[in-house]
Design a protein around this ligand. Sequence first.
Ligand code: SF4
Ligand code: SF4
Length: 434
Amino acid sequence: MPRPLEEQKVIQSAVKEKDELIVDGMDISGHWNRMFGQRVIFDYSVENLEKVAALDGGESLGWCYGCAKCTGVCPIDIVGDYSPRKIHRRTQTGVDLFTSEDLWLCTTCMNCLRVCPKEVDMIQIMPAVRERAVLDGSVPDELQKAFEDTAKFGNPLGQPQRKRAAWAKNAEVPVPIMACLNGDGPADVLWYVGSYPSYHPRGIDASLAAARIFNALGVNFAILGKEEKDDGDTQRLAGETGLFEMLAEHNIEVFNKYEWGTMVVTGPHEYNAFNNEYSKLGFKRPVLHYTQFLAERLHDLRPLLKESVEARVTFHDPCYLGRHNGEYDAPRELLRAIPGLELVEMGRCRENGYCCGGGGGGMWLDSFTQDHTRMRLSERRVQEAVEYEADILAVCCPFEVSRFEDAAKSTGNDQLKVLDILELLDHSMQGGKR
Ligand code: SF4
Ligand code: SF4
């Protein structure tokens, strides 16, 4: 989607074209011959770029030297017209990022930062500019709703706080709650369940599977139930810093209320929040993603995996477990431990894994993103899994199951199953009963 010329502020009169021109016997009459004359001159002010670079966190946008390495790896550019280089150029040539739709498309997936020689850091730039836009009340409606629901209910799904542990009633195994442990504490493991695994039907499927797996392994665990609130990290990346701080303060107080050894989280976003952001606020305790926790217990888990899963399975690396935190192996170790399962890698995997579109607030911007791209990132990813002839797309982030299931339907690939690794492990453990 090229920008209209008037937006680029091209001075048309500066373009020199010869109606008739022969160079080395070649007729290059018309607009092509401008390359032999004076180049197009752009008239721009650096004001918009300076506005971004002046923000705490926005400085690095000014460091871009236009090498375009980021453009080749940005997931949005594959379905649209986007990359840090393009954002840099646009702000140089008159676009105000504070009011541009470009502000809300970045998913903070970090693939650009991985390759950028100048360390232009969209993970700092975007939240800094978005924070200002949030303060100005200039936020897409669907994102604003997620912010308001999080503030009111403690979760972006707008579900009642008191029902946060309601899912556990269907677990058929004990799911102890910290506040009810009485004399049975302390718990070895504090399992932070998360919002989507507590309320979303497909997230609940993974939670039920986790509860059964923890019980089968004899893990002494407990959850926080209605005392747990959303981690808030995705809201922070989408610009709602105040909301993040409020949630972090609440959660840290609850974490510190109880005695426990290790925290296990279901989602990569919580993993990132507690290890990298809550630690800045004074919370410094061991936190593991469930794939890491279970991979450490493979010796005990493997004998429980009785049922063969005869399927060709590909794995989607979550940006916030992989690129942001360097964990690529634990999920794969678990998948390889399941008998019968054939693991195939997609072309975009591990460090270069594609983004599902849910990070950085994208989870709550689907309609907005759809209006500004050719297809959703989740749809592109599903197509890739199908290109690799996978039967199952395995995931380990609670944002992804519903995103990819929707994408499988909307692209006409209903045959592709989307399952959390917890569900695959549980299926193998239960002898195919689940
Ligand atoms: S990789 Fe970095 S320096 Fe190169 S164009 Fe992209 S943002 Fe600019
Ligand atoms: S963080 Fe990801 S989505 Fe955002 S600009 Fe970089 S590569 Fe593109």
